[in-house]
Design a protein around this ligand. Structure first.
Ligand SMILES: Cc1ncc(COP(=O)(O)O)c(C=O)c1O
Length: 915
């Protein structure tokens, strides 16, 4: 970590992944320097050195502070002057206040006294000690970015006027930051997460004068593929609006222009909320800014539930826990009431009226909350679910897949999909993800495999029965598809395919500009826009001519263009609770389907009814509503912080000599084979080269690795992933993780991960490495050999991962293509007569080697890897058997160690064929 003291050299900018961390560290370094100056005095050699350090820090902070309202240019200059005047006492106090206010966020809640005449007023409360209720009482704070090339005098005029129109009843408080150019505006919104609104005035210029690379790199996230150089000055404003919507679509933009209304009307202004024609009505602007933020702040259902809980009611229906009645009268369960506090019970009710709503037929605040979630996540319709994505997946599949429809699905998908296929009666084609044998984990399904499967079905004349492609994005291990490309190329083969993207782990992605382009909803919207453009039509016509007599190999090697009349039919399911703020089981289904209203709505409703409890949990629904508010207002900030935390882990492991002796963070190059990494990008951080994280990689490569998932290879410690997780991390250090492979453990950062939790993790890893060093130092020759053998077994002797074998003929009705009737196999096993159990011993392998076909009668799911290596109806291949036998995990769902592997009897299979 970059611990900075006044005695050490500044860490170089290249050490930092983000300007936010750099800023925080610079301020704490300045505080330490000012304090050292106070104790040593500015004189003598040491004093002179400290003065130099302080000057360097001011210089380093100057190009950064221009994007932030606090402490702001005026106070920053004041601090600099204190140093110039050698007023060390005031400098130390003021810098301490700024640094503390920045780290605690106190500046958001009150004015921080900085100027010397305010310094007596030292009523410094400890912000971290504030009770949540006290924090909730304050008015939320944000910053407004004003883009205009004004002089100091004009800037003061702008600020003064915006301060003048503040009213006591304003729900929020904000401060303005003024930057001169379009480029500064883009860098400002990507750096300063406090910005909620941007006011673009006619005087803006194009280019920024800021040369700091760590700031300028933000531009590459926006302007890749955008050419702003040729713009006329009159176009800067509208273009700024469009680009702001591209990178932070949740922000409100206001355009003040001197162009005519007719001129502006035809332009793409992104999500500009209002255009003002050359006016300086500050009150109007102020009210608009507040209204824009209120729109996102509003939580219809959470608010309704709070209101409801305040009303006196008599409960004459079910739910004795409602209003805490069964608890407060109890002699034995008082501790439950004390633990949870009264509000949760006041908000527990089965009522759907009195200001509340019904999840099953929402017309009031739940409907409104869902509509707001649709806006936030870029869908056309959003539905809340209170039983996790497991349920969402089954709802979507039931709504869209009819018995006999063919569904292409990644085999290592979550088990809810397999059960969904059983329930829907789908004919399933399992597609294999590329294997990562050396880490005992799967990657993701290559596009070539998906296209190949579709082309095979086309050749067999079955394309009309192919209904859906279902993929997991991102995968548990963080592999992210090129969603738009996958959909485009599949639509080029079948133009009305439906896509279900399981984004259980990806709800946060919408709020990171780089990630967003790889979410299902963003891709669907982008495709909708592009299909309507003439260039798309022409590209398709040209490609059709070029590919007239093309064979499959050519089609597989070509980036296919979807036809202009393709239907965009995209669904995404997200476990909000996994990556954003929501109580457990809070999930959402996002829909972006051109045919939803016409074709699906009724079936969707039925499916929703099938799987949704008639007593959905209101606390979960309210938390989804609040979680949506959070992401619309601070999702960007939290996702940035999350990425920074993960990057800090990557850097520490790569640079710490003891850590990299036993551990290694897997890089994109480790987890994505070369052919799927067209950019050649290898690692987010390399000790010798520093950082690289480019927008271009996310725009181009077939797969990218989500950097917030940190897979640590632990084979060199001699412990397998599972032992490392339970015996070391959990039992010894209380660190929880939930995914391991034979020789890796996965650390998932989330929006709640703090810098100190990252520091703790690194400390723990260092301690483990130290202990291992000590152990090996004292080890006997035999002990050493035993350790080396364990490492070799974990790192080198890894059992190869098996592919999906195939469905048995009994479940394929003689098909030449691979789809199987998983439903028949599943229910065939309900009759014990049809099943037998076989030991996993050598005789079983001999029977397979002799050519006997043995067919699984159940799902066999080892943890890890956590997905079925056998499904009902699947032929057991020697590879699968070897893999199972080599697995050293204790938890295998569906497998009974006392009985063995459950298989179908040959009679059952023969009867099934004849039936
Ligand atoms: C890819 C995937 N989809 C769906 C689910 C189920 O989500 P939930 O726990 O919200 O039911 C999981 C759970 O781990 C998952 O990993």
């Amino acid at each position: 970590m970059n611990v900075q003291t006044s005695e050490t050299r500044l860490p170089s900018i290249g050490d930092y992944y983000s300007a936010t961390q750099l800023r925080a560290d610079r301020w704490s370094a300045l505080r330490e320097t000012a304090e050292s100056l106070l104790s040593h005095g500015p004189d003598g050699r040491k004093g002179a050195k400290l003065i130099k350090s302080a000057e360097a820090l001011f210089e380093a902070l100057a190009p950064i502070e221009v994007y932030w309202a606090f402490p702001g240019a005026y106070s920053f200059d004041h601090l600099k002057r204190l140093l110039e005047q050698r007023n060390i006492e005031d400098l130390a106090i003021s810098v301490r206040r700024v640094a503390r206010a920045l780290s605690s966020g106190a500046y958001r809640r009150r004015t921080i006294p900085i100027a010397s005449d305010e310094l007596d007023n030292d009523d410094y409360e400890d912000e971290s000690a504030l009770a949540p209720e006290d924090r909730a009482l304050g008015r939320p704070y944000f910053e407004v970015l004003i883009v205009d090339n004004v002089n100091e005098h004009q800037e003061r005029f702008l600020r003064k006027n915006l301060h003048r129109v503040r009213r006591a009843e304003d729900p929020f408080i904000y401060e303005a930051v003024v930057v001169p150019s379009l480029e500064d505006a883009l860098m400002g919104i990507l750096f300063n997460y406090n910005v909620q609104a941007v006011i673009i005035r006619p005087g803006l210029t194009l280019k920024s004068k800021n040369e700091l690379p760590i700031i300028r790199q933000y531009l590459s996230r926006v302007s890749e593929g955008e050419d702003v150089d040729g713009l006329q000055p009159s176009e800067y404003g509208p273009e700024a609006c469009r680009l702001i919507a591209k990178v932070r679509p949740e922000l409100d933009a206001y355009l003040i222009t001197d162009r005519s209304a007719e001129d502006i009307a035809g332009l793409d202004l992104g999500r500009c909320r209002r255009v003002f024609y050359n006016q300086e009505d500050f009150l109007e602007l102020h009210l608009n800014v507040l209204r824009g933020v209120s729109r996102r702040y509003k939580t219809p259902f959470f608010t309704a539930l709070k209101e409801y809980s305040k009303q006196p009611t008599g409960v004459f229906h079910a739910m004795p826990i409602s209003r805490g009645k069964s608890i407060s009268r109890s002699h034995w369960i008082q501790d439950m009431g004390a633990f949870y506090g009264p509000n949760i019970f006041l908000a527990e009710t089965s009522a759907t009226s009195g200001g509340l709503d019904s999840l099953l037929e929402p017309r009031g605040p739940i409907k409104e909350a869902q509509d707001m979630a649709a806006r936030a996540f870029g869908s056309k319709q959003t539905f809340f679910a209170t039983n996790g994505t497991s349920t969402c997946n089954k709802i979507v599949v039931q709504a869209l897949v009819r018995p006999g429809d063919i569904v292409l699905i990644d085999r290592d998908c979550h088990k809810s999909h397999h059960y969904g296929m059983v329930l829907a009666g789908a004919k399933v084609v399992y597609m294999d993800s590329y294997p990562l044998h050396e880490y005992s984990m799967y990657g993701a399904v290559p596009l070539r495999e998906i296209k190949h499967t579709l082309l095979k079905l086309k050749a067999a004349g079955k394309l009309d029965r192919v209904r859906m492609v279902l993929l997991t994005n991102c995968t548990f291990d963080g592999l992210v598809y090129h969603v738009e490309r996958v959909m485009e190329e599949c639509l080029a083969i079948k133009k009305d395919l439906i896509f279900l993207w399981d984004e259980a782990w990806f709800a946060f992605a919408r709020f990171g500009p780089t990630y967003r382009q790889r979410t299902a909803m963003t891709a669907a919207n982008s495709m909708r826009n592009r299909l309507q453009e003439d260039v798309g039509r022409k590209a398709w016509n040209d490609q059709q001519k070029a590919l007239e007599a093309a064979d499959d190999e050519t089609l597989l090697a070509t980036r296919l263009v979807p036809p202009p009349d393709a239907r965009i039919r995209v669904y995404a399911t997200q476990s909000t609770h996994k990556t954003l703020t929501s109580l457990r089981q809070g999930s959402m289904i996002h829909v972006n389907d051109m045919d939803f209203k016409g074709e699906v709505e009724q079936a969707f409703h039925e499916a929703y009814m099938t799987h949704t409890s008639t007593s959905p949990n209101y606390q979960i629904i309210a938390s989804l509503d609040v979680g949506r508010r959070q992401v619309e207002l601070e999702g960007f900030e939290f996702v940035q912080r999350q990425i920074e935390s993960a990057m800090a882990i990557r850097r520490a492991v790569a640079t710490h000599p003891l850590l990299n002796k036993y551990f290694r963070v897997l890089t994109p190059a480790d987890m994505i084979p070369d052919q799927y990494r067209e950019s050649g990008f290898e690692a987010y951080y390399k000790a010798q080269d520093g950082w690289s994280d480019k927008w271009e990689i996310w725009a181009k490569d077939e797969f990218v690795l989500d950097p917030t998932r940190v897979t640590l290879a632990v084979g060199d410690t001699g412990w397998d992933g599972d032992t490392f997780k339970t015996k070391i991390l959990m039992d010894k250090y209380g660190i929880q993780i939930n995914k391991t492979s034979r020789n890796t453990v996965l650390f998932m950062t989330n929006i709640g991960t703090t810098r100190s939790s990252v520091a703790y993790l690194i400390e723990v890893l260092v301690e483990i490495a130290n202990e291992l060093d000590d152990l090996l130092d004292d080890a006997s020759k035999m002990e050493r050999r035993s350790f080396e053998n364990r490492v070799t077994a974990l790192v080198k002797d890894v059992p190869p991962l098996p592919d999906f074998s195939r469905f048995h003929e009994a479940f394929r009705s003689g098909a030449v293509t691979p789809e199987g009737d998983i439903r028949s196999a599943f229910f065939l096993a309900y009759n014990e007569e049809n099943c037998d159990y076989l030991d996993l011993d050598d005789t079983l392998m001999k029977r397979l080697d002799a050519g006997e076909e043995l067919v699984s009668a159940s799902f066999i799911i080892p943890y890890p890897p956590g997905f079925p290596i056998l499904v009902p109806g699947q032929v057991i291949s020697p590879e699968i058997l070897s893999f199972m036998r080599a697995l050293d995990v204790s938890e295998i769902h569906g497998y009974r160690p006392d009985l063995g592997l459950r298989v179908f009897t040959s009679d059952a299979l023969a009867n099934q064929v004849t039936n």
